[in-house]
Design a protein around this ligand. Structure first.
Ligand code: GDP
Ligand code: MG
Length: 172
C-alpha cells in the first residue's frame, strides 16, 4: 500500500484540528488544545485503491518558524486552512502557499488544497464564495468549503489531495 504524508497548515483557531480529527476519527471535537501538534494515520480507499495517509496537524503556524520549514520540506501534500468566518485568515494561506513554493524550489506541481472551514456558521460568514473562487483560480489551486462540525466535504479535501499526490509521485 502506498503511503503519503500530509501537513495541515493555517492560522490559529481556524479549525485545523477539528478538520483533521473529523477526517481521521469521524467525530467533532468542540475544544481542542491549540498547542497540540499531532500526527495521525488513516487508510483510505480512493478510486478503488487503498492508500495510507499520515496527517500532521500543526500548531502555531502563524509565523515562519524553522519547524514550519522542516514540515514543508518533508511534506508531500498540504492542506491550507482558513476560516470562512475570518477574512484575515486568508492572508496566512497566501503566505503559506508562497513559503511552500519557495521551499520546494519553485516546483509548481506541489499537491495543495485550500480549505475554508466553519461553513455551518452562516451568520458569521465573512469570506464570500466568489472571493475565494477568484483567489483559488489565480493561485491555480482547488478549494473546498467545509464544516468539521457537520461533516460537510471533509473527505473531499483529502481525496482531492490524495489524487494529486498519486499523480505527482507516481512511484517512490
Ligand atoms: P486550530 O487552532 O486551527 O486547530 O482550530 P480548532 O480545530 O481547535 O478549532 C478552533 C475553534 O473552532 C474550536 O472552538 C472549534 O470547535 C471551532 N470549529 C472548528 N471547526 C468548526 C466547524 O466546522 N464548525 C464550527 N461551528 N466550529 C468549528
Ligand atoms: Mg489545533
Amino acid at each position: 500500500m502506498r503511503q503519503f504524508n500530509v501537513v495541515v497548515l493555517g492560522a490559529g483557531g481556524v479549525g485545523k484540528s477539528a478538520l483533521t480529527v473529523r477526517f481521521i476519527r469521524d467525530v467533532f471535537v468542540e475544544t481542542y488544545d491549540p498547542t497540540i501538534e499531532e500526527e495521525y494515520r488513516r487508510t483510505v480507499s480512493v478510486d478503488g485503491q487503498l492508500s495510507s495517509l499520515e496527517v500532521l496537524d500543526t500548531a502555531g503556524a502563524e509565523h515562519f518558524t524553522s519547524l514550519n520549514e522542516v514540515y514543508i520540506k518533508s511534506g508531500r501534500g498540504f492542506v491550507l486552512v482558513f476560516s470562512l468566518t475570518q477574512e484575515a485568515s486568508l492572508r496566512e494561506v497566501d503566505n503559506l502557499r508562497q513559503q511552500i513554493y519557495r521551499i520546494k524550489g519553485g516546483d509548481t506541481n506541489v499537491p495543495i488544497v485550500v480549505v475554508g472551514t466553519k461553513l455551518d456558521l452562516v451568520n458569521e460568514r465573512e469570506v464570500q464564495r466568489n472571493t475565494i473562487q477568484s483567489l483559488a483560480s489565480r493561485w491555480d489551486l482547488p478549494f473546498y468549503e467545509t464544516s468539521a462540525k457537520r461533516n460537510w466535504h471533509v473527505n473531499d479535501v483529502f481525496e482531492d489531495l490524495l489524487r494529486q499526490m498519486r499523480l505527482r509521485y507516481p512511484t517512490d
